[in-house]
Write a protein that binds this ligand. Structure first.
Ligand code: ADP
Ligand code: MG
Length: 210
């Protein structure tokens, strides 16, 4: 899914926090968004995800008209993921259930993503008892499992140990290469973006600086 942004302005109170004239996110690529704290990265991601509609300007997806936004084909993994107070595997299968995948397919997909992310040990744990890093892994699994066409990741490895970061980066890359999905990843980590991103966008004080 291609994402085109035109003339976006976003204010909090009287402060302009996002001011982007034009930005195109290439379909099928991994695009990194880099910038200091408070530069508007999360704000931009929330707007693209459709979670924030208090802005002026337009976001379009594959040139589609604004009022038919394909929200069920995209997902955002936020920095502080919200998981249901239920077992991990029930959280991961949820996006498949609401999309009415059949039972067999659900089982196979959940098992596959759990194994690929190396989180077998978390499968039967209560999701609200997980550590920050464990929650991020489960939240990524829940996003990958339904193969969205647009995957938005807000600092997905910020609480994660170096060994697990390698696994997550590998699986984000595999997901992109295998499904052709568009991925946008906000990261603090320049090395991470060099490792996995095809394109990089720099944000500073709400503006794209390249
Ligand atoms: N709910 C809010 N109310 C007021 N200001 C906010 C709110 N959320 C974010 N901001 C401000 O908007 C700017 C951009 O924030 P954010 O997008 O979270 O930055 P980043 O993700 O790059 O660290 C910051 O100056 C932040 O303080
Ligand atoms: Mg942020």
């Amino acid at each position: 899914m291609k994402v085109s942004i035109n003339n976006i302005k976003k204010y909090y109170n009287d402060k302009l926090v996002l001011d982007i004239e034009k930005l195109e996110i290439e379909k099928g690529k991994i695009t990194g968004i880099i910038g200091p704290n408070g530069s508007g990265k999360s704000t931009l991601l929330n707007i693209i995800a459709g979670l924030d509609d208090e802005y002026t300007g337009t976001v379009s997806y594959d040139q589609s008209v604004i009022n038919s936004k394909p929200y069920d084909r995209m997902t955002l993994v936020s920095q502080k993921p919200y998981l249901f107070k239920r077992k991990v595997y029930l959280n991961i299968e949820y996006p498949l259930k609401i999309r009415k995948f059949n039972k067999e397919d659900i089982k196979n997909r959940v098992n596959k993503v759990i194994s690929r992310l190396g989180i077998e040990g978390l499968r039967d744990k209560k999701a609200h008892l997980l550590s920050g890093g464990e929650s991020q892994k489960v939240s990524l699994a829940r996003a990958l499992v339904f193969e969205p066409e647009l995957l938005l990741l807000d600092e997905p490895t910020s609480n994660i140990d170096p060994e697990s970061i390698k696994v997550l980066e590998r699986e984000i890359l595999n997901f992109n290469r295998e499904t052709g999905a568009t991925v946008i990843i906000v990261t603090h980590n320049l090395e991470q973006s060099n490792r996995i991103c095809d394109n990089i966008i720099y944000l500073e004080k709400g503006r794209v600086t390249y």
